[in-house]
Design a protein around this ligand. Structure first.
Ligand code: GRG
Length: 288
């Protein structure tokens, strides 16, 4: 796992030189290169590898996902959104570079990421096109942005659907979308069959939901040092989360059953890395 993280970090650094006008490139690179778990790029690379594809060729797509993820974190931390001063254990992007540059850095990452896939993936054009299609689909108004919009609406007390359905929609789109994108892009690079891609997509949906429930629980029970951002925010802002809606015990039960379903699906792919990733989450919540 650490080897993969090092490889991803090395590539992120290589793909993001600081050129004129330096302020924007520094702001873009700041959040992307702060230490994070790199779950999404790891999932992308490992999916390609376990399906017999060339992992090197998935590197631009994997880094593009980390850029999209960082973009969503930068914008999520802005005062007009979740208003958080800390991210990944350090000051949020807008606290270091100012609000205007943080907005622009997010915008720039969102367009640079597909540019990177097109320029650096040494893959047949139809595969590259499929990657960019997936990227724009899951990173835009049909998924990631939709999740954020409904999240903001629900915080303001606006519910078009039931709280249960609303929460599911938010989690599937805000968090699940990027896990699906990671695994789907990994499968595309490996030229996987439709049935394999569909099965792994189901895994990604379950893993994404389990991860967001984990994140909801951690917000409630952990410290700043553990998760690198302000804790207890969800509770204080009356946010709709798995914990607020179902309670800690039920949230934990749901997490456990999703994790078991994840193990069942991934078993036959023999990926030590993905199993380890699931295991780490499980371990952190084992004493809760
Ligand atoms: C695409 C234009 C555009 C906007 C994005 C702001 C926004 C819309 C969406 C917010 C998405 C968001 C912040 C979801 C939370 C997902 C989540 C659980 C993040 C934490 O992920 P970790 O724990 O973080 O993997 P690290 O730092 O380890 O990478």
């Amino acid at each position: 796992m650490q080897k993969l993280i090092d490889l991803i970090d090395e590539k992120l650094d290589e793909y993001m030189p600081i050129i004129y006008p330096e302020d924007i490139f520094k702001a873009m690179k700041y959040t992307v290169t702060l230490p994070g778990k790199r779950l999404r790029p790891i999932l992308c690379l490992e999916t390609t590898k376990m399906l017999g594809g060339n992992m090197e060729k998935a590197l631009p797509a994997a880094c593009a996902i980390e850029m999209l993820h960082a973009q969503s974190l930068i914008h999520d931390d802005l005062p007009c959104m979740d208003n958080d001063d800390y991210r990944r254990g350090k000051l949020s992007n807008h606290k270091v570079f100012g609000e205007a540059n943080a907005v622009l850095a997010g915008d720039a990452l969102l367009t640079f990421a597909p540019q990177l896939i097109i320029e650096k993936s040494q893959l047949p054009i139809e595969i590259t096109l499929k990657l960019v299609h997936e990227f724009t689909k899951w990173g835009g108004a049909y998924a990631l942005i939709a999740g954020q919009v409904v999240d903001i609406e629900s915080e303001g007390g606006k519910f078009v659907k039931s709280p249960e359905e609303t929460l599911k929609f938010i989690h599937n789109n805000k968090t699940g979308a990027l896990f699906r994108l990671a695994i789907r892009m990994g499968a595309i690079v490996a030229n996987a069959s439709d049935s394999t891609s569909d099965e792994l997509d189901t895994f990604a949906q379950k893993f994404g939901l389990a991860f967001q429930i984990y994140d909801d629980i951690m917000d409630e029970i952990s410290s700043f040092e553990e998760i690198g951002k302000t804790t207890g925010k969800d509770k204080n802002s009356g946010k709709l989360t798995y914990v607020s809606l179902y309670g800690l015990n039920e949230a934990k039960n749901k997490f456990n059953s999703l994790i078991n379903e994840c193990y069942d699906i991934i078993e036959k792919y023999h990926s030590i890395i993905i199993k380890k990733m699931i295991n780490k989450l499980e371990d952190r919540l084992s004493g809760v």
